[in-house]
Ligand binder design. Structure first.
Ligand code: ATP
Length: 140
């Protein structure tokens, strides 16, 4: 079933998530405060908007509250990451995924109601290690 997503923060991680979801046939609203990041993804998602996602009014105007899933992919700005995750949950978005920078950050995100917390570098490291073992790359 076609779902509606918003991806906030178009760094490497957010961009990759947004493009992949679109390629899989879903509707994706991509948001970043940086105009250049928005320009780069414009042709690969349903809608790309330049905006500061800390502004609740902006999120409301964009109809974010009616979407199925939100992905908060902001990295360095912990305050923005936490505040936006909290706002999205308060707006009633059923499933909010947030990217954490550390275990402590992840704990805060869990407390404020994030439904899934991801640690992209660590998660990728674990996946690669498991893949290497499963595919028996040592048997060459
Ligand atoms: P990656 O590792 O995925 O490349 P990162 O962890 O280094 O990214 P940042 O570059 O800090 O993360 O943030 C990702 C994006 O989030 C940036 O393009 C930045 O402009 C955007 N961003 C940061 N704060 C906001 C905000 N308040 N509203 C919208 N976008 C924001």
């Amino acid at each position: 079933m076609r779902k509606q997503f918003v991806v906030i923060g178009l760094g490497r991680f957010g961009t990759s998530v947004a493009k992949t979801l679109t390629a899989l046939g879903h509707e994706v609203l991509a948001l970043d405060k940086n105009e250049h990041a928005v320009q780069l993804i414009m042709n690969d998602v349903t809608q790309a908007v330049q905006a500061d996602a800390r502004e609740e009014e902006t999120l409301r105007t964009l109809g974010v509250r009616n979407l199925d899933v939100a992905i908060v992919a902001i990295g360095d700005d912990l305050e923005a990451n936490i505040l936006i995750t909290l706002m999205l949950k308060e707006m009633g978005i059923p499933y909010v995924v947030a990217k954490a920078q550390s275990i402590q950050h992840g704990k805060v995100l869990e407390k404020i109601g994030a439904d899934k917390i991801v640690y992209p570098e660590q998660d990728m490291g674990i996946r690669l290690a498991n893949n290497l073992i499963r595919t028996n790359v040592m048997d060459f």
